[in-house]
Design a protein around this ligand. Structure first.
Ligand code: IMP
Length: 433
């Protein structure tokens, strides 16, 4: 019966893909519930690195059904490219295994072009979006003029709705952004071809997940992005337009809360952010460069989707306590602990300071963090390479102390610790279930 929900506890890029891949070994369904191809999940199996933007990372495990829920925004071109890529690699991404909710919204070239135009408008101030059309597609959804996957099932409806979206966007291009309008014909043509291929994938994902849970199956809900990018509860306006949180999983799949077993907060051992917005523990210079890596490894801190270098800094326990509260985390999975080897000094932010006052929690949410400076607690790093360690007892005492400090600061147990990108580079402290 259990539903396990995997959520990013920071600003995305916490390493959710590799933890999902690990947990998906025991799952019947892996279901994504928010966002679109703004996400980038990397999963390393032997010498192959799978980079996925839309399709749930669980697809790499052969026994899973993978679903994309109603809360997602899906670019059909990208989806089909991923299907083809996985198929070439010998991974089954057929409609028997991959399901798309009839209620998921579709990203069109009008939405991606609008995202770019809005970002380029200097007066508005840049958010640093991924320019994948995420914001404009969710805007159309809220305005009730969006295109949904179910519209691919009826060519006349598809033509009509797409026409309206393109006309609307073209009016904005001509009158507001002073750009050339989009040529509607090739877009219509492409969407009719997408419809032919995607129709067999479209289904009622909520009912699929519900039935599996009622029949004692295990479902893993895979969040994209992170809690601090949540539209309501993140660092607004520097957020994405969806809900990458545990309640977002229920809403984005179309199920109730009765089956929840674990809510796992995936937390990188340090803090990163890509795009604009507040980041109280951001480091610069040598420390940031060490945390980021050079870009030569797939796990270095450069965006999977955009290639942008990520901003890096110390783990922020104030924000982690906040995201634990928003989501109701039952536990934490800590990723990239191996990167902290030989990082000296090694700091962790335990509270915020504003004037004479110290805060353990955010007095008024995370939108305006400018009044605060982080209270940093120095810890001792370790010299040992962690990448071959598989048990808690083999971890250097300083690494154990770092983990235990996070547990004390959050009141949550850290059950999984990843020490490298490979499938087996995990220390599992779970009680046997
Ligand atoms: P959008 O989701 O493309 O609209 O971008 C809004 C903000 O969310 C920007 O700061 C992006 O960099 C950030 N963002 C979106 N998706 C991800 C992700 O998967 N990882 C990290 N940051 C993301």
């Amino acid at each position: 019966m259990p539903l396990d929900i995997v959520i990013g506890s920071q600003w995305g890029d916490e390493g959710k893909g590799r933890i999902i891949d690990f947990l998906a070994g025991n799952a019947d369904i892996v279901a994504r519930f928010n966002g679109g191809d703004n996400a980038g999940h990397s999963v390393t199996v032997a010498d192959q690195v799978f980079k996925l933007h839309l399709i749930p990372s669980g697809i790499i495990q052969p026994q899973t059904i993978c679903a994309m829920g109603a809360g997602m925004v899906v670019n059909p071109r990208v989806l089909l490219e991923e299907v083809d890529h996985l198929t070439q690699l010998g991974i089954d991404a057929s409609p028997q295994r991959l399901k798309l909710s009839y209620a998921a919204h579709l990203i069109t070239p009008a939405h991606t072009a609008l995202d770019g135009a809005e970002e380029s408008e200097k007066a508005r101030g840049q958010l640093g979006t991924t320019r994948r059309g995420i914001g404009p597609t969710y805007s159309d959804k809220a305005a009730r003029i969006g295109l949904r996957a179910e519209d691919l099932l009826n060519k006349d409806v598809l033509h009509q709705k797409l026409d309206r979206i393109l006309d609307h966007a073209n009016r904005l291009f001509e009158n507001v952004y002073h750009q050339e309008p989009l040529d509607k014909e090739p877009i219509q043509h492409a969407f009719h071809a997408y419809a032919n291929r995607l129709q067999p994938y479209i289904t009622d994902v909520g009912s699929l997940v519900h039935d599996k849970l009622n029949n004692h199956g295990t479902v893993l809900a895979e969040g994209a992005q992170g809690t601090l990018l949540d539209l309501d509860h993140g660092t607004y306006p520097f957020v994405t337009s969806s809900h990458p949180t545990a309640p977002g999983a229920l809403l984005g799949l179309g199920i109730g809360p009765q089956h929840i077993r674990r809510i796992i907060g995936i937390t990188k051992a340090f803090q990163t952010r890509v795009g604009e917005g507040p980041f109280p523990t951001e480091s610069s210079g040598d420390t940031a460069a060490r945390l980021r890596g050079t870009g030569e490894h797939p796990w270095d801190e450069f965006g999977t989707t955009t290639g942008r270098p990520r901003r890096c800094g110390w783990l922020d326990a104030v924000l982690l306590r906040y995201t634990a509260r928003i989501n109701g985390f039952t536990e934490i999975a800590l990723t990239k602990l191996d990167i902290l080897t030989n990082i000296d000094p090694l700091n962790i932010c335990v509270a915020y300071q504003s004037g004479e006052q110290q805060f353990d929690d955010l007095p008024q949410g995370p939108a305006d963090l400018s009044p605060f400076s982080p209270v940093l607690e120095p810890l001792t790093s370790w010299e040992e390479d962690l990448t071959k360690i598989r048990t808690w007892n083999d971890l250097p005492s300083q690494a154990q102390a770092y983990i235990e400090r996070i547990e004390t600061l959050t009141g949550l147990r850290i059950r999984l610790i990843s020490v490298g990108p490979e499938r087996d580079q995990i220390i599992d402290r779970s009680p046997s279930e």
